[in-house]
Design a protein around this ligand. Structure first.
Ligand code: PLP
Length: 405
């Protein structure tokens, strides 16, 4: 979409809203559609080719407006999260359209998704242990739970331990910045020997510092053998799995219990939109379902979820609308082109830096991220960054170095 089309789309959307206000007195306060109506109306897959904004706006008026406010909001989220999960090549179990209890939910941020995973893991672990031995004390069990991730994790991962009152161990990554299965296994054993209980693991697909990918095929079996919840934080790099050539980097994803990435980072969706999938929605409901008479609970159907049980806030935004709009306006092919173009720009930039032998590109560029420094050391590299920032022609960021390199 070019800037002229964007202008026209924006104006047409404003007209639609103004017409709504002009006719508000003629409208019912509740929709007249049946739950499930939108699931039947929309296609099962995202479009491959870009579509015209006029068609998108027309479908919004014809299909979505009659279901406002909800079930349209919930059902569009179910549909778009199925579309997106399929585009990423996630295992069927994560999708609402599969036979099981899995499904997607749009959170506001990867931080929230990591925290949701932690709270669910905590609830599930404590209840499993108390079912096996009813004499156990819930408070004492909670104090023994441990979460694990790598020393390359994003700050938000460490924060989830603080918010959820769970000890979080940042395990040493290998020279490529990856958390290995053996390291995790040893940490579980050390903690069990101290009477602690391994509960939650956050694997990183695309670390913030160097865009390293933890091997899920190593971490997954270690977690599954110990009944430990495995959450995948793919906040930035997850978008790349829309391109089949990168899916090898999520090998072992079938072991995970939850997976999250941010379409608002690299997939052209406006902030905020964090796409999270779980294999079993009942784990979330069992953790977060609190009833009140004013919430007028309709019996929860896992296929048309009551998303308030899948997240931290009670109220929610209609985030699926922008995700649906982006998926239609770009089409899967348009998004793949965008991602591949950015990766090739990063490769080109790395090539230019390498041509100047004052610089070292290290580690190898990964996705759209290129890490480089001056061979003369950190002090001059920092000075260069300060000079570049001052000029305001280009913006770069100082990223974490791998501690053990
Ligand atoms: N995880 C990774 C790997 C990130 O790079 C980031 C942000 O840059 C986050 C998590 C946090 O994302 P959010 O701001 O959506 O909480």
């Amino acid at each position: 979409m070019d800037s002229q089309q964007f202008r026209e789309f924006g104006k047409a959307a404003i007209d639609l809203m103004a017409d709504y206000y002009d006719t508000i007195r003629t409208r019912d306060v509740l929709p007249s559609v049946e739950p499930g109506y939108l699931l039947k109306l929309l296609p099962e897959n995202a479009p491959e080719e870009p579509e015209s904004w006029k068609d998108v706006l027309n479908d919004f008026s014809q299909s979505i407006m009659p279901g406002m406010s909800s079930p349209a909001c919930t059902e569009l989220e179910v549909v778009t999260m199925n579309w997106l999960g399929k585009l990423l090549g996630l295992p069927e179990e994560f999708l609402n359209c599969s036979d099981g209890p899995g499904g997607g939910v749009i959170q506001g941020s990867a931080s929230e998704a990591t925290l949701v995973g932690l709270l669910v893991a905590k609830n599930k672990t404590v209840h499993r242990l108390m079912r096996n031995d009813p004499t156990l004390n819930e408070g004492e069990l909670n104090a023994k739970l441990v979460a694990y991730t790598s020393d390359q994790c994003n700050s938000s991962v460490e924060k989830s331990g603080l918010l959820g009152s769970m000890k979080m161990r940042l395990l040493k990554s290998d020279p490529e910045g990856r958390l290995r299965g053996e390291t995790l296994k040893n940490a579980f054993e050390e903690d069990r020997a101290k009477g602690l209980i391994p509960c939650y693991v956050i694997a990183n697909l695309g670390t913030t510092g160097t865009c390293a990918f933890d091997p899920l095929y190593e971490l997954g079996p270690v977690c599954n053998e110990s009944d430990v919840w495995l959450h995948v934080d793919a906040a930035y790099a997850g978008a790349a799995f829309i391109c089949p050539e990168f899916r090898g980097l999520m090998k072992g994803v079938e072991y995970a219990d939850s997976f999250d990435f941010n379409p608002h980072k690299w997939m052209l969706v406006n902030f905020d939109c964090s796409a999270m999938w779980v294999k079993n929605g009942y784990d979330l409901i069992n953790t977060f379902d609190i009833q009140r008479i004013y919430l007028d609970d309709v019996k929860t159907d896992i296929k048309i979820p009551d998303y308030r049980h899948w997240q931290i806030p009670l109220g929610r935004r209609f985030r699926a609308l922008k995700l649906w709009t982006v998926l239609r306006i770009y089409g899967a092919e348009g998004i793949r082109n965008h991602l591949r173009n950015q990766i090739s720009l990063a490769q080109h930039f790395a090539k230019l830096v390498r041509e100047d032998d004052r610089f070292l590109v290290e580690p190898e560029p990964s996705m759209g991220l290129v890490c480089f420094r001056l061979k003369d050391g950190d002090i001059v590299t920092k000075k260069l960054l300060e000079n570049l920032t001052e000029k305001k022609q280009i913006y770069m960021s100082a990223l974490a170095l791998i501690c053990n390199s």
